[in-house]
Design a protein around this ligand. Sequence first.
Ligand SMILES: *Cc1c(COP(=O)(O)O)cnc(C)c1O
Length: 371
Amino acid sequence: MLLFTPGPTPVPESVRLAMAAPTLHHRTPEFETIFKETRELLFKLFHTDEIIMIASSGTGAMEAAVRNLCHDTLLSINSGKFGERFGKIAKASGLNNVEIKHEWNVPATVEEVVEVVKANPLVDAVAIQISESSGGLRHPVEEIAVAVKAINPSIMIIADGITAVGVEPIDTRNIDCLIAGSQKALMLPPGLAILGLSNAALEKMGEGKGYYLNLASEHKKQVRNTTAYTAATTLIIGLGTVLKEIEQKGGVKELYADTARRAEATGRALEALGLHIYPNRPAPSMTTIDDVDAKEIRNLLKSDFGVNVAGGQDHLKGKIFRINQMGFIEPYEMVAVVNAVELALDRLGRRAFDGTASRVFYEIYYALGCK
Ligand SMILES: *Cc1c(COP(=O)(O)O)cnc(C)c1O
């Protein structure tokens, strides 16, 4: 079965092998060396002043960011489940929450964020997804960050990059906290989250908030290449291996370029079949199709053609399907996916199979530059 869900994503073989080594004790010079090396590689990916790794799923890092960086009112952007989650975290943390809500294919605009920030002077942090995985859309986070900082530079910008870090270039100059999670673009098993922080964020958090998710106490330890509590040693070894493999394959720029051309070629191939791309502004992390037969297509992909793609959640259950674009994916693997979609449409009597999807995919992918 080909795993093509936008998280979890397949773990490369070299990484699985590296993680098969016997467990290291975390308070040892051997592990501290690995931790240091991994931290250094992470700086090249994040371009932030500081980096903190915590043993948790992505949501733990979202909570850590909100608790430590918002002290009064959080403005969150809800164009899907993950944006909605920021609001729930704020409320569960005893903070005030103002929300901008949209349908899941509609990104936030700079203008509306500016308007809400100006109308709510107690907003001291803005939380937004770079890529909102619920519908696969890309919010204009960098532009929003510039506009918010122009109103009040002390407002913290928390950017959930769980399906963006390692997928596409992110301008972090106005971002105070950039979040990544192991099981999406970083091609690892679930359980590790990473936060890139600005110096302003470190200053604002002071002694930090909370206990396990206190980023100030973690920061004190991690600059010395250790962790406040037991490190997720195996996942950190895996992360170091992934980051080295990215470098060996031409570096992050090549990974971003390959992801972008694969996402473009997939979208064009599926459109050539008469399918429709769901988000108004798609992120390159995944290709999301809305279709009356979404449920049947997804079931056929799984039962008859050995391809596992994700469906939709909540009101989009059975209405969309989402194909992963994150990680190391060979063009022939994606051809297998678009070809299977074309076969499924033939099965459903929608369109006679003639090989259009794979032809268009290859034409666009290689026209955009060979690997
Ligand atoms: C998957 C995901 C999360 C949540 O991560 P968990 O690891 O499930 O806690 C948050 N934000 C985005 C954009 C995601 O794709």
